[in-house]
Write a protein that binds this ligand. Structure first.
Ligand code: NDP
Length: 447
């Protein structure tokens, strides 16, 4: 594939309306910088091959609600590439997902997994099922029905799914139970399990804590520390809350958390006690942040607002969902005084928002590096399952810190320069692409 072929693929992309195309265009922009010097990548048509997923599995999931009514949803598993190891990536249950969502997420997952240095390919899947407002029994029946379909396509050496939005250790437990019952195998076919039956300690914390370790390293590279930095975080789920917890432990001042209904602001920073109460509200009681006063959380609530224009801060850490930040919100982020956007959610900026941030010289820390801690600990969970061991939380956390620091160093090593605000994006893309590309080339011309 010549550079012109790469340009041809890029010219057919629609990055403003299709998130998969946005992710591919972003990668192309970085790869352009190495393609001319790597004839084997061109000849192997690697960019074009990686544009096409290995396979997309689509199925119907039929389930019964508590009153006996029958419903059906659509499920998917998109297996992008397994050159580095068995497919690995989360399952998402959310009413807004479609095939394109999993095409984008699985493409990103391949390069993210490569950055961890662990032997994992990339995949992603889930269903357009909305767990909100469903009873625990309904969720269990849905998970069982989903696994009846998925079981034929996964396995501990072929494809090992985990959780994502709408899929916590509860849903993983129901799916694991169904897999075990259907196959008679108690094996590490899913990660994100509860530690009581083969899960890893620290898996729940891993993505948020890992993002904090990456951010700490990035600040250190500019002779700064987390201490006294004001950080605005969006989201109040698994990633956002554990990111807030770790940054607070490091001495950072976390000024916001948000959910799909509104934002909590605390200008002098949430305390550890506030974060504990927010966990109770969101994790245990599945409530809304608007109910904060029932949990003695002393903060201002802004109904229906995102955090970006509500206070001053140094770092924005979007941690809710993809494309949550648009151009107008980048203006608000700039006005708030931020010089760094730390992408803890997957691709949280629209393409235009990314361009606007770079124009403002805001440093972008890319999601495929920042939030790789979750899949890294999933990889560590597989290692523990294979060794029939359970490691202590401290040992897992130490491994996580090392992996996140190595990812940072790897991005830095591949950065085309030391000053441009998109240097970490190019560093992460080049490092991830090279690892996958070299593995594909080494395995010959085969599907
Ligand atoms: P959760 O479902 O636990 O939390 C998501 C949070 O974001 C919730 O508070 C939710 O609000 C809020 N939210 C979702 N959509 C919107 C929206 N459109 N506007 C405003 N708020 C919204 O998900 P996770 O924390 O697990 O995942 C967050 C992001 O991180 C996703 O991009 C995910 O793919 C990525 N990620 C997650 C990993 C993990 O290990 N969990 C690993 C790597 C990446 P509400 O509470 O009201 O539902």
């Amino acid at each position: 594939m010549s550079k012109n072929d790469l340009n041809l693929v890029v010219s057919q992309l629609k990055p403003d309306t299709n998130m998969f195309h946005q992710a591919v265009a972003d990668m192309a922009h970085s790869i352009e910088k190495i393609y001319d010097n790597e004839p084997s990548y061109k000849e192997g048509r690697l960019f074009e091959r990686l544009f096409n997923h290995d396979r997309t599995i689509k199925f119907r999931v039929t389930w019964q609600d508590d009153s006996g009514d029958i419903h059906h949803n659509t499920g998917w598993r998109v297996q992008h590439n397994n050159a580095l190891g068995a497919y690995k990536g989360g399952l998402r249950f959310h009413p807004a997902v479609k095939e394109e969502t999993f095409q984008f997420l699985s493409y990103e997952q391949t390069f993210k997994n490569a950055l961890t240095g662990l032997p994992m390919g990339g995949a992603k899947g889930g269903a357009d099922f909305d767990p909100k407002g469903k009873s625990d029994k309904e969720i269990m029946r849905f998970c069982q029905a989903f696994m009846i379909e998925l079981k034929s396509f996964i396995g501990r050496e072929t494809d090992v799914p985990a959780g994502d939005i709408g899929v916590s250790s509860t849903e993983i437990g129901y799916m694991f139970g169904a897999y075990k019952s259907l196959t008679d195998h108690h094996q590490g076919v899913l990660t994100g399990k509860d530690p009581s039956y083969g899960g890893s300690y620290m898996r729940a914390e891993a993505t948020g804590y890992g993002a904090a370790y990456f951010l700490r390293r990035a600040l250190q590279a500019d002779a700064k520390s987390v201490k006294e930095q004001k950080i605005a975080i969006s989201g109040a789920g698994n990633v956002a809350i554990y990111l807030a917890e770790k940054l607070t432990q490091m001495g950072g001042i976390v000024v916001s958390l948000s959910d799909s209904t509104g934002t909590l602001i605390k200008n002098n920073g949430f305390t550890s006690q506030d974060i504990k109460s927010i966990k109770k509200l969101k994790f245990d009681n599945k409530g809304r942040l608007g109910d904060h006063s029932d949990y003695n959380i002393d903060a201002e609530y802004h109904d229906g607002k995102s955090p970006w224009g509500l206070c001053k801060y140094d770092i924005a850490a979007p941690s809710a969902t993809q494309n949550e930040v648009d151009e107008a919100e980048v203006k608000a982020i700039t006005k708030a005084g931020a010089s760094i956007i730390c992408e803890a959610a997957n691709m949280p900026l629209t393409r235009k928002a990314g361009e606007a941030a770079l124009k403002e010289k805001i440093i972008l820390l890319p999601s495929k590096a920042v939030n790789a801690g979750g899949v890294a600990v999933s990889g560590i969970e597989r290692t523990q399952n294979a060794m029939m061991e359970q490691w202590s939380a401290e040992r897992v956390d130490e491994n996580l810190q090392t992996i996140m620091e190595d990812i940072f160093d790897e991005c830095k090593r591949h950065m085309p320069d030391q000053t441009s605000p998109d240097r970490y994006i190019h560093g992460a893309n080049m490092a991830g692409f090279r690892k996958v590309a070299n593995a594909i080339l080494a395995q010959g011309i085969i599907n």
